[in-house]
Design a binder for this molecule. Structure first.
Ligand SMILES: NC(=O)c1ccc[n+]([C@@H]2O[C@H](COP(=O)([O-])OP(=O)(O)OC[C@H]3O[C@@H](n4cnc5c(N)ncnc54)[C@H](O)[C@@H]3O)[C@@H](O)[C@H]2O)c1
Length: 390
């Protein structure tokens, strides 16, 4: 069976998630399209790099990502660093002939996102180099089922859509100012970090967003500073006398959207929503029915069909399992359910399958750039106070 040597760059939260994907993929998807071999892990912090080698089971570790890019034995590269280094690393990896999966948002600036999409397109000369931007939530089986129902016409023409991504992990002002709260590293706050996921889901289900009018706000204006390392994601509260710095990215983003299809709707993202943890929701209303999804119940899809008799019409729940996408290979007894680890494993399968077959998967760098263009319009609209075209 074909093997693929993996180089992982950035061994924090997402580094772990990619390793879960590479390790578990052949356990679920067998025969696997190819078997990933954990070759080299890189982290700029030496102790994180060497711990990751032992913890995740890599053969080698390093602290300079060029060592991975320059290693001819490495076939695929996972880019799991903060957003400001995505473009430099991913473009170098493509130039070195590697297949690349890069975490979202694709980059910290629109210019870098465009450069990545162009590098991915140019890399196809005389070869097929796979490029994927890791918007894994569109692969939740319930959302793939939603897409199937929409494509089949089960809810008719989509009239409106509302999507949210609500979290609470940084709602406490004493949670640290990590790289996620620094514009020069992250590029944006909630808009780039979490709204991007629901922008991608919206465009996946309902088509391109053409125009937006938005609000961006920063309610918590300063936080105690966290120096380097992995983002502690609010799990640690720094003491009240810790050095504080200004937060220069948004922690609230809300915008109205107009789609190319003529449908309209709204997207909201916040990290100040006490009681909401990973509250990714999407609700669509069509001429023939409605669909509702909530990631906090990710194995369920709510559907309502207009054609049902008046006295039976209402939302019913489809519980995803063996009869649904990826269900036969994950856990083949109804109700066993999947979680975040299986979702990253499904994403890894799509990436490795693409490498093995030479057929680009969704979501390519070009699609990552498309999401970045929506974010750019949202930021322009927050400044101008007017509708802005994507
Ligand atoms: N797909 C998702 O659901 C999802 C979820 C969380 C994060 N992300 C994305 O994944 C990326 C990483 O986020 P995270 O939460 O894993 O961050 P993290 O802070 O947990 O880990 C980042 C790691 O990268 C290392 N690093 C920083 N610069 C480096 C460099 N130049 N070379 C090598 N290592 C370097 C850091 O030391 C740290 O260990 C971000 O782009 C983020 O937006 C995606």
């Amino acid at each position: 069976m074909k093997k693929l040597k993996v180089g992982l760059i950035g061994a924090g939260f997402m580094g772990k998630a990619h390793v879960v994907g590479y390790s578990n993929m052949p356990k679920f998807f067998w025969p696997a399209p190819a078997v990933p071999v954990l070759d080299t892990v890189c982290d700029i912090v030496p102790s994180i790099a060497s711990d990751a080698k032992d913890r995740f089971g890599f053969e080698k570790s390093c602290t300079d990502w060029h060592d991975i890019i320059n290693d001819p034995a490495i076939d695929v590269v996972s880019v799991c660093t903060p957003n400001d280094s995505h473009a430099e690393i991913a473009i170098a990896a493509l130039k070195a002939g590697k297949h690349v999966i890069c975490e979202k948002p694709i980059a910290n600036t629109l210019e870098n996102a465009q450069a990545m999409a162009e590098a991915a397109a140019n890399a196809q000369k005389g070869q097929t180099l796979i490029n994927m931007c890791a918007y894994q939530y569109r692969r939740v089986p319930a959302l793939v089922m939603a897409k199937k129902l929409i494509d089949e016409g089960s809810i008719g023409k989509i009239l409106n859509i509302r999507a949210t991504y609500l979290q609470s992990w940084s709602a406490d002002p004493s949670s640290p100012l990590s790289w996620r709260f620094q514009k020069k590293v992250a590029g944006a706050g909630t808009l780039g970090d979490i709204a991007t996921h629901v922008i991608d889901i919206t465009q996946y289900l309902a088509g391109d967003i053409q125009e937006v009018v938005s609000f961006l706000d920063t309610y918590i204006k300063e936080r105690p500073v966290q120096e380097g390392g992995v983002d502690l994601l609010g799990t640690v509260k720094l003491s009240a006398d810790a050095k504080k710095e200004v937060v220069d990215v948004d922690d609230e983003a809300s915008f109205l959207i107009r789609l190319a299809s003529g449908a309209h709707g709204s997207i909201e993202a916040t990290r100040n929503a006490w009681g909401r943890n990973n509250f990714i929701t999407v609700e669509l209303h069509g001429t023939e029915g409605s669909i509702l999804f909530n990631y906090e119940r990710l194995n369920e899809l709510q559907v309502c069909f207009a054609k049902d008799p008046d006295d039976r019409r209402g939302f019913k729940t489809i519980y995803t399992g063996p009869a649904h996408f990826y269900g036969e290979v994950t856990w083949n007894i109804p109700g066993m359910n999947i979680g975040y680890g299986e979702l990253k494993t499904i994403e890894t399968y799509e990436f490795v399958k693409a490498v093995a077959t030479g057929v680009q998967p969704s979501t390519t760098f070009a699609e990552g750039f498309k999401v970045a263009k929506v974010c750019d319009a949202v930021a322009r609209s927050a400044d101008s106070g007017k509708w802005e075209k994507v």
